[in-house]
Write a protein that binds this ligand. Structure first.
Ligand SMILES: Cc1cc2nc3c(=O)[nH]c(=O)nc-3n(C[C@H](O)[C@H](O)[C@H](O)COP(=O)(O)O)c2cc1C
Length: 408
């Protein structure tokens, strides 16, 4: 999708930039790598060359027989420059505009967006010189991807650890998708439901399910990275919230139905990921039920509304609907296929909750994407974020075919 120049500097975290490179490539970006001399003491150029499929830039002067302006040519066609990890030394040099390395020359000659992901010992990170240099870079328009806090390679605990590679790629893609950027869902509104509803029995007890919200969160992250404006209707999700996504709390099936009715008209794409209770207690007891009142307790349940079917019936032309079917057992795939036809949705994502590593709570999922049309794709076990990318790949083409959502 985009041409990225990845600058790698000399620090313990240099090996993590291989992960960053791989994620960027999985997302379709073309990555070219430039390394400082010190970076090559930590990871060899061969790994970056093999993974990127390109020669790695290391020398300021290039090959002696090479005509032209090597130090300017390297960055010329790139859409974005990412320096990861960025050492204290390189940050100081960039802040001063020094160009005595290929990486420094590329930086100062590059007119596009630059993101810097620092990684260093806590004392180095906290040093006033370092903080002043970072402030200077910010003033020059550079985006700093703050390091995480935690156990560092030198045994100390504190800020300085390179941010998570996926978070770094998210920051890159958010920047690419910013106004004027290239995100394929830029200008589109994506509505995601996530988590699991809880239907109260009394003031403290409920009928619930094991959904953590991770799959919905992954779709929200992926849609945001593709430039969409994202709203998440969340049912009891205890995961970090992002500042650039709007959240609507909907703890019960009824609250989720109301929230979806309110949000759906403006959406271009709805991904109904939440595990919404099929049944709820007919009556919610006042206060807390007293266990000394009876040896047995029967809770009568009634059906909840089918939110996806209701929204499908109200959809306007051009709205794209993605449903989830967490089924159990071998007949589940047929039920998921049937669900897609019956409910009139474009794509149904099936997962088999009976299979270890699929569906609830964990970081991974094993899914089959059914639709659009007759398409069906059974995917191996992969992270929920990778699943989200594949789901959006399937649904995005339909969004592209539709006129953008009407603002409320
Ligand atoms: C074992 C070792 C680990 C290092 N780790 C880091 C680090 O994590 N962050 C950092 O800023 N510097 C680190 N350094 C220091 C840099 O490698 C050094 O400042 C070097 O000059 C950086 O060069 P560059 O910015 O041109 O890549 C480390 C040095 C050694 C020997």
């Amino acid at each position: 999708m985009a041409g990225i120049l990845l600058g790698v500097t000399g620090g313990i975290a240099a090996y993590k930039s291989l992960d960053v490179l791989r994620i960027l490539q999985r997302h379709g970006h073309d990555v070219m790598v430039v390394m400082t001399t010190a970076a090559q003491r930590f990871v060899g150029t061969a790994s970056f060359a093999a993974l990127s499929g390109r020669e790695v830039g290391t020398a300021l002067f290039g090959a002696s027989e090479q005509p032209g302006y090597h130090h300017l040519d390297v960055a010329r066609d790139r859409d974005l420059m990412l320096i990861c990890p960025a050492s204290a030394n390189t940050i100081a040099k960039l802040a001063a505009g020094m160009a005595d390395s290929l990486l420094g020359s590329c930086y100062i000659a590059f007119a596009g967006p630059v993101l810097v992901a620092p990684a260093m010992n806590t004392q180095m990170w906290l040093h006033p010189a370092q903080q002043e240099n970072l402030e200077r870079l910010r003033r020059h328009g550079v985006e700093i991807i703050d390091p995480a806090s935690g156990l560092l390679a030198d045994g100390a605990v504190g800020p300085g650890r390179l941010a998570d590679p996926q978070d770094i790629v998210d920051a890159v893609e958010r920047r690419l998708a910013a106004p004027g950027g290239e995100g394929p869902l830029a200008g589109r509104r994506v509505l995601v439901t996530a988590g699991g509803t809880r239907e109260p029995i009394d003031a403290v007890r409920y009928v619930g399910n094991r959904s953590s919200g991770r799959m919905g969160w992954a779709i929200a992250d992926a849609a945001r990275a593709r430039g969409a404006e994202v709203t998440v209707v969340a049912a009891n999700v205890d995961l970090p919230r992002r500042p650039d996504v709007r959240y609507v709390e909907a703890p019960t099936a009824a609250a989720m139905h109301r929230a979806c009715l309110a949000e759906f008209p403006a959406a271009d794409l709805l991904a109904m990921v939440a595990a919404v209770a099929d049944y709820r207690p007919v009556r919610r007891a006042e206060g807390k039920l007293d266990k000394s009142a009876a040896d047995a307790l029967a809770v009568q349940l009634e059906r909840t509304d089918d939110i996806l079917a209701d929204l499908a019936a109200r959809r306007r032309p051009g709205q794209v609907l993605v449903g989830f079917a967490a089924e159990h057992g071998p007949q589940g795939l047929d039920r998921a296929r049937d669900k897609r036809r019956r409910k009139g949705v474009d794509v149904v994502v099936h997962n088999d909750a009976a299979v270890e590593g699929a569906a609830f709570e964990g970081p991974d999922n094993i899914i089959t994407i059914i639709g659009p049309g007759d398409a069906e794709e059974a995917l191996p076990r992969m992270t929920k974020r990778d699943c989200a990318e594949r789901i959006l790949d399937a649904a995005q083409a339909l969004v592209g075919a539709a006129p953008a959502g009407s603002a409320p």
